[in-house]
Ligand binder design. Structure first.
Ligand SMILES: [Zn+2]
Length: 383
């Protein structure tokens, strides 16, 4: 996991001087590289790689008039050239605007510091070449990989921004009991630890979608009639040959957006649920084979939608388990998780879909059908 931090730092007067020099050199290198790229581009040349530019820059630094560039750390200018090349490449690939020259007055003053040289102590930080200085908060984690440390000046204060690559701490935490999960249409997930996750309510959004679709279908109807007039003499009387009106095109965009919105709400709901389960750090997660759910037949629309949800839940649980080092178990296709009594292990011969409560004729266990199934799935982890 990556986490960014930004903390105020307190350099001494001498260090400040060195920092301002670094800002200046970074800006110079950036502008120099931009100029090189521009000249090359105007001549019809392609993109110059940052390696090539850095080589040239090293030669430049050897000249007497550019000696001052050597007063700061080598990484400052190296990174500035890299930054420009990245920005230029984005422009080249039409992902960003043309990079602009950094002006002395307007541009943000910032420079890069070497990742491996940076060190932290209680309320202190050591920057390469610049040395130790006080830091406002003692919040930056130790013993992790650092990325992109950058020093900046906002006109008043100096800041250190840094990315920390943190280890997955959860992996070292003790594991909890395995969780069996039964997937359903209304209750998306029934878990063996008593947690339930319902389907998110999208009634309002669905209503809006239907209203838009109705409107659009009136347009299609009109187009159909129109095409009959236009293509009276043709055999193929298809409304597709009529140009869509501006309003219809707008409407179609709205429908697409509304679809996306509903899909996002659902996806978000599933993400929240699966994350909550994974955070418990169980030693295993057991789910049914997806084919079992597929056997329920797609008679109704709600089941069709549920089908996508099942697949998404399955997918998310699988990759989140992998990330956290949790065992992910899929029950055998023929494992009758609904028919077995989780209390005594007795197996019913038949159980209709409409029976929402499981009643064991052997031990008298009365239990919610889905919860019973989730307990059976959990038990698979210990078989
Ligand atoms: Zn029983």
């Amino acid at each position: 996991m990556e986490k960014g931090f930004k903390v105020q730092i307190f350099p001494s007067e001498k260090q400040k001087e060195l920092m301002f020099k670094s800002f200046g050199c970074a800006r110079f290198a950036y502008n120099w590289a931009l100029n090189k790229q521009n000249e090359n581009y105007e001549k019809g040349g392609k993109f110059i790689s940052d390696r090539e530019l850095r080589k040239e820059f090293t030669q430049l630094k050897k000249k007497e008039e550019f000696k001052w560039l050597n007063e700061v750390n080598n990484n400052v200018t190296k990174q500035a050239i890299k930054d420009l090349c990245r920005a230029y490449k984005n422009f080249f690939n039409k992902k960003a605007k043309h990079p602009r020259f950094k002006s002395r007055k307007k541009s943000k003053m910032s420079f890069y510091n070497d990742t491996y040289q940076i060190k932290f102590d209680d309320y202190k930080v050591r920057l390469e070449t610049i040395g130790w200085m006080d830091i406002a908060e003692n919040i930056i984690p130790r013993d992790c990989k650092y990325q992109e440390p950058r020093i900046s000046f906002d006109g008043i204060r100096f800041w250190l921004g840094i990315n920390c690559v943190l280890k997955d701490e959860e992996n070292n935490l003790p594991k909890t009991e395995a969780i069996g999960i039964d997937m359903g249409i209304k209750t998306l997930m029934t878990c063996s630890n008593g947690m339930n996750f319902k389907k998110v309510n999208t009634k309002r959004e669905m209503k809006k979608l239907k209203r838009l679709q109705k409107k659009a279908s009136r347009h299609y109807e009109m187009m159909k009639n129109k095409s009959f007039d236009i293509y009276k003499n043709y055999e193929n009387k298809d409304y597709r040959y009529v140009n869509k009106s501006k309003n219809l095109l707008k409407l179609e965009t709205l429908i697409r957006k509304q679809y996306q919105k509903i899909a996002n709400i659902r996806l978000n709901n599933i993400h929240q649920a699966t994350t909550k389960i994974i955070k418990l750090n169980p030693e295993a997660i057991v789910v049914e084979d997806l084919d079992v759910k597929g056997m329920m037949k797609n008679k109704y629309l709600s089941e069709k939608i549920a089908d996508c949800s099942f697949y998404e839940i399955y997918r998310q649980l699988k990759y989140k388990c992998k990330k956290r080092g949790i065992q992910f178990i899929t029950a055998d296709k023929f494992y009758p998780s609904s028919k077995i009594c989780s209390n005594c292990g007795n197996k019913k011969k038949s159980l209709s879909i409409s029976e929402r409560t499981y009643r064991c004729e052997y031990c008298g266990n009365i239990i919610d059908r889905d919860f019973n199934a989730s307990l059976n799935l959990k038990n698979l982890a210990y078989n």
